[in-house]
Structures are given as structure tokens and as C-alpha cells.
Design a protein. Structure first.
Ligand code: GDP
Ligand code: IMO
Ligand code: MG
Length: 431
């Protein structure tokens, strides 16, 4: 089985959607393995813009199988909305090109309520979640009280699962002085969507491990970014799933032995949506404003402004190691066009001590002072450039510096939002 995991190596929104769509041409099966509709993956094909949250980016290409794996938390109503909107744009979606793991955990309306209520109560200490119910849904999964897709076909089991989940939820709601939710209410809502979603239900691990798929190429599409990983990210300002490449195995049912190649996606600078540490952030700064406006740095899901800053090679080196990245794709190089000088963070000074990684204590991270190397910028436009030779000399030096500090070769450079504006130095698939 030839396969490739595509993961974000920063705080998300690195351009995974564009890369998965581009590489999807060479794959047979495209699998989402974690996260939910907190993700927002944008794909631009000529004059069309697609924004996907749950569906794997392979859904846009003909004759590809898209799979939502068990590691995802699935909001059935969000999925229906996404499928309807794609069908309006002429994309056909049926069991032939979409399968959903029967053991996927569902996001139910009360998960969203709880997510938003917690954020509201936390005030200045909020996480800045997307409000999609991701955290509470994963809590229910590890708390062994999730409703899973296959439960929808068994009314008795469904009721039992809902009773268990709601007995937990309603205690919290009572404590917060909020109204409780009844089993009947959720059953009724699920009843309205059950038929639609159940038709995609498949034993995905079996499907992926079938003999006939042994020669197929599988592309695993990561969501969020490595610094939002629940174990290795900037905890507690993280999402509630493991976003690192090894999650591709457990989130789909393909054995870890089979998951071989990893492509790490990085923006040529850094961005982050929501709260939490961001050592190289440029606040009230001209360059920060340039990155934000030229890069159109607004969240796809929530429309919030993304915070912007210099490229942090110390952090990306850390995430490349954790993911087992073979090569990186550097996106949004064109956004740096016209900047006089560029900085790359190579480590931190914290209380007069040098660190080449980000310590896990947030208190330390607050007092962090990035150490930069400075590079010359370029005036030429790199928008739409598709060969290395046509890049300005200083842009090449900048890419080489990233490769050196991060310790990984750049396989791909992206120079515009469009599907075709890519420099492929080396194929990230098995060599
Ligand atoms: P994802 O969540 O990692 O898939 O990334 P998003 O789609 O949320 O955010 C990346 C944004 O940058 C999208 O609007 C893309 O269309 C855009 N984009 C991707 N690659 C490039 C690039 O090379 N240059 C520019 N200017 N925009 C890009
Ligand atoms: P893609 O796949 C950027 C962030 C939220 C918040 C934190 C927790 O498009 O790269 P959650 O709703 O997951 O509980 O929120 O994680 N976040 C993302 N940031 N891109 C994403 O996905 C994100 N998904 C979640 O902003 O800080
Ligand atoms: Mg995104």
C-alpha cells in the first residue's frame, strides 16, 4: 500500500486543503482521520472556491474514493449542509465516492451548547474554540458515552447511549443553571437525518485493508495543525484530538506499519486563530498587517482574524520530528513579496536561558523572547510561479534557510491559492 499523510506543522490553516487537492490527483483514496467541522480547507480551481470542513478534499475529483474515518467527530447536520452545498456546485456525492466509518462518534446539538457555554463562562481565559462542539464530543468518546454512527440503526441501543450521555450532560447543565436536554428531543432530531447519513456508513477498516486496495495509493488529510495536538501542542490552547501523523493509523484502521510517507505543510510565515502562546507574533506591526491583508488571513470557519507572525523554525523543527516528516511544502511564499527583510526564529531566550524548543509550561512561554536570523526580502512577484528557476534569488535563500533550520527538504512550494500554482521539487509519495 503506497500512502502519504499530509499534516499541518504549525497552528492550522497552512494550506493542507490546497495540497491534498493537488496531490489527490495521484491518489485513489483520500481519508480524513481526526478533527471535525472545526477544520476549514479552501481549494481554488480557476474561478471556483470550495470550502470544506468535513469532506476530504478528494471529493472534488472524479473517480476518487473519499473516506471519513473513525477518528473524526462527525456533526451529521454540518455534513448534510456541506454535501448539499457541493451538490449545488455540481459535485455528485453518493456511497460510490463517500464512505463514513460506522464507528465514528457523532457531534450532537448539546455538544455545541456545552462548548459555547464553557467559552462564555471562561471569559478572558477562554480557549477561543470554533464553537462546533469538538471538545465535548471527544470527551464523550473517551468517556465511553458517545453515540456512534452505527447506533442510529438500533433504536434501543441509541436510546441507551443517549440516556448515558445526557445524564452526564444534564448534571452539568443543572450546575450551570441552564435548561436540560431530553432524550426524546435528540432522538427526534436524529430521526430526521438518520436515513441520509446512514447510507454512507461502512466498515472502513475492512474496506481499507481489502486485498483489492493493497495496490492503491491512500492520501491521509490531516486537519488542524501539530501545535494544536492535544498532547504535543500548546496545551491547553489546543484542539481535542491528536493531529500528528501517527493519528492517521488509529483514526482510519490502517496499521501503523503501513503509514509510511509524511508531508508537513508550513506557511512561509506563521498564523494562529484563537487564544494561546505565539512567540513570533507581530502585534500592531506593519509587517504583521502586511501578512494579514496580503495573505487574507481570516479564519475559514469562524471568520475571525488570524494572528500573524514570523516563521518559527524552532517550533516547525519540533513538529517535523514529532510527525516524522520526510519533506515539507512551503505555502504562501508569494505573501512575502515586497517585504524588505524577513526573520526566521531559531530558538528562544527564556529567563536568560537558550531553548531550541518550546517548553510545555505556558508561564514560561509568556516570557519568551524569540531569537531571529534576518534575511533579505525580494521585490519581484512570485505569484503563480511554477518553477524554482523563476523564483528570485533571495526567495531561494529564504527557502534554503527554512530547510536548514527545520532539518527537512522542501518538496513543494506554493505560490498562489490556485490548484495549479505549485513548484514540485520532489514527489512526496514513496520514492
Ligand atoms: P488549511 O486549513 O490548511 O486547508 O488552510 P486554509 O484553507 O484554512 O487556509 C489557507 C488559505 O491560504 C486558503 O485561503 C488558501 O486558498 C490560501 N492559500 C493556499 N496556498 C496559498 C499560496 O501559496 N499563496 C496564497 N496567496 N494563498 C494560498
Ligand atoms: P484547519 O484544518 C486553525 C483552533 C481554534 C482554537 C482551538 C480549539 O482548517 O487547519 P476547537 O474548536 O477545535 O475545540 O478549537 O483550535 N482550531 C483551528 N485553527 N485551523 C483549524 O483547522 C482549526 N481547528 C481548530 O481556533 O484555537
Ligand atoms: Mg483552515
Amino acid at each position: 500500500m503506497n500512502n502519504l499523510v499530509v499534516v499541518g506543522c504549525q497552528w492550522g490553516d497552512e494550506g493542507k486543503g490546497k495540497l491534498v487537492d493537488y496531490l489527490g490527483d495521484k491518489a485513489d483514496i483520500i481519508v480524513r482521520f481526526q478533527g471535525g467541522n472545526n477544520a476549514g480547507h479552501t481549494i481554488v480551481t480557476g474561478d471556483k472556491i470550495f470550502k470544506l470542513s468535513l469532506l476530504p478534499s478528494g471529493i472534488l475529483r472524479d473517480n476518487k474514493l473519499s473516506i471519513i474515518g473513525n477518528g473524526v467527530v462527525l456533526d451529521p447536520w454540518a455534513l448534510k449542509k456541506e454535501i448539499d452545498s457541493l451538490e449545488n456546485l455540481g459535485i455528485q456525492i453518493s456511497k460510490k465516492n463517500l464512505m463514513i466509518a460506522e464507528n465514528v462518534s457523532l457531534i450532537l446539538p448539546f455538544h455545541k451548547e456545552l462548548d459555547n457555554l464553557r467559552e462564555e463562562i471562561a471569559g478572558g481565559k477562554k480557549i477561543g474554540t470554533t464553537g462546533r462542539g469538538i471538545g465535548p464530543a471527544y470527551e464523550d468518546k473517551v468517556g465511553r458515552r458517545s453515540v456512534r454512527l452505527s447506533d442510529l440503526n438500533n433504536p434501543e441501543l441509541l436510546r441507551e447511549r443517549l440516556e448515558r450521555s445526557l445524564s452526564h450532560y444534564n448534571i452539568l447543565m443543572k450546575g450551570y443553571g441552564k435548561s436540560e436536554c431530553s432524550v426524546y428531543e435528540v432522538e427526534k432530531k436524529l430521526g430526521e437525518i438518520s436515513h441520509f447519513i446512514s447510507k454512507f456508513s461502512t466498515c472502513v477498516w475492512q474496506e481499507l485493508n481489502q486485498e483489492k486496495n493493497k495496490d492503491k495509493t491512500i492520501l491521509f488529510e490531516g486537519a488542524q495543525g501539530s501545535l494544536l495536538d492535544v498532547d504535543f501542542g500548546t496545551y491547553p490552547y489546543v484542539t481535542s484530538s491528536n493531529t500528528l501523523a501517527p493519528a492517521a493509523s488509529i483514526g482510519s484502521g490502517v496499521s501503523a506499519k503501513e503509514v509510511k510517507n509524511v508531508l508537513g505543510i508550513v506557511k512561509a510565515y506563521s498564523t494562529r486563530v484563537g487564544e494561546g502562546p505565539f512567540p513570533t507574533e507581530l502585534i500592531n506591526d506593519q509587517v504583521g498587517n502586511h501578512l494579514s491583508s496580503v495573505g487574507h488571513e481570516k479564519g475559514t470557519v469562524t471568520g475571525r482574524d488570524r494572528r500573524c507572525g514570523w516563521f518559527d523554525a524552532a517550533l516547525v523543527k519540533q513538529t517535523c520530528i514529532l510527525n516524522g516528516v520526510d519533506g515539507i511544502a512551503i505555502t504562501k511564499l508569494d505573501v512575502l513579496d515586497g517585504l524588505k527583510e524577513l526573520k526566521i526564529c531559531i530558538g528562544y531566550n527564556i529567563k536568560n536561558k537558550f531553548y531550541n524548543y518550546l517548553p510545555s509550561s505556558i508561564d514560561l512561554a509568556k516570557k519568551i523572547e524569540p531569537i531571529y536570523e534576518v534575511f533579505k526580502g525580494w521585490n519581484e512577484s512570485t505569484v503563480g510561479v511554477t518553477s524554482l528557476e523563476r523564483l528570485p534569488k533571495n526567495a531561494i535563500s529564504y527557502i534554503k534557510a527554512i530547510e536548514k533550520f527545520v532539518g527537512c527538504p522542501a518538496y513543494i512550494i506554493s505560490t498562489s491559492p490556485d490548484r495549479d500554482d505549485i513548484i514540485e521539487v520532489q514527489s512526496p509519495f514513496e520514492r
